[in-house]
Design a protein around this ligand. Structure first.
Ligand SMILES: *[C@@H]1O[C@H](CO)[C@@H](O)[C@H](O)[C@H]1NC(C)=O
Ligand SMILES: *[C@@H]1O[C@H](CO)[C@@H](O)[C@H](O)[C@H]1NC(C)=O
Ligand SMILES: *[C@@H]1O[C@H](CO)[C@@H](O)[C@H](O)[C@H]1NC(C)=O
Length: 202
């Protein structure tokens, strides 16, 4: 049972570009900077896109949490540009290929949580044991058939995320909106999340 109903539904999901979302197979070869000899894509960055705010292009990092049985941390976006960011790459974990972040020299998988954490679900968790939903690459197409530059993160054809500035860490939390009818909470705005390099179009 989710208790997000207790939170104020402040606004309808706002103005991300109108695009047709095309999910790609969760294979490292569908991410930018794929290196065939190692079967690894990256390292690259996760960054904000299409938020219509000044944080577009801002890169991400993880914030550790003290409840280690839940996750190592959650992944968010810096409110400013120019911070050093941890390496992110796509690599194999057993039979699965997943995005992962370098935490103290070890790559830990990134996945989309279905837990409520601080009244927030759909977060990107850094989590080695029992990861949540996999993060898939998607492509976007405008109505005129042109592909929107970039590789967009999401799951099951959903690539719109809600951004909220977390006052404690001063990072934007991102949660995946898995349903177009989902509302934004007070202080949230919608956007996409890309992987790669903000200065490149792939
Ligand atoms: C994904 O969403 C688009 C609309 O953005 C729709 O046209 C397409 O059929 C969906 N694909 C799947 C696999 O659900
Ligand atoms: C298609 O639409 C997008 C978004 O409006 C625009 O940026 C792009 O230039 C258009 N492409 C063509 C070929 O008209
Ligand atoms: C994936 O999206 C489709 C279309 O919105 C939905 O019917 C389906 O339940 C979703 N899959 C999961 C596992 O939630």
């Amino acid at each position: 049972m989710r208790f997000f109903l207790a939170l104020a539904a402040a606004a309808a999901v706002s103005a991300v570009p109108e695009v047709t979302v095309v999910p790609k197979e969760l294979e490292c070869g569908n991410f930018p900077f794929y290196r065939q000899y190692s079967s690894v894509a990256g390292p690259f960055s996760i960054f904000a896109d299409s938020t219509g705010t000044e944080i577009d292009g801002n890169k991400g990092t993880y914030t550790t949490i003290s409840e280690v049985d839940i996750a190592t941390g959650w992944f968010g976006i810096y409110p400013q540009k120019g911070y050093a960011t941890p390496q992110v790459q796509c690599q194999a974990f057993g039979a699965a290929e997943m995005l992962a972040v370098n935490v103290d020299g070890n790559f830990q998988p990134l996945s989309i949580s279905e837990y409520i954490y601080h009244e927030y679900d759909g977060l990107v968790f850094v989590k080695t044991v029992a990861p949540g939903a996999p993060i898939q690459p998607h492509w976007h197409y405008y109505a005129n058939g042109t592909r929107q530059a970039g590789t967009f993160l999401g799951w099951n054809n959903s690539t719109t995320w809600a951004y909220l500035l977390d006052s404690q860490s001063q990072h934007y939390r991102i949660r995946l909106l898995t349903d177009a009818a989902q509302k934004l909470y007070e202080g949230e705005f919608a956007g996409f999340v890309r992987v790669g390099d903000p200065s490149l179009s792939d």
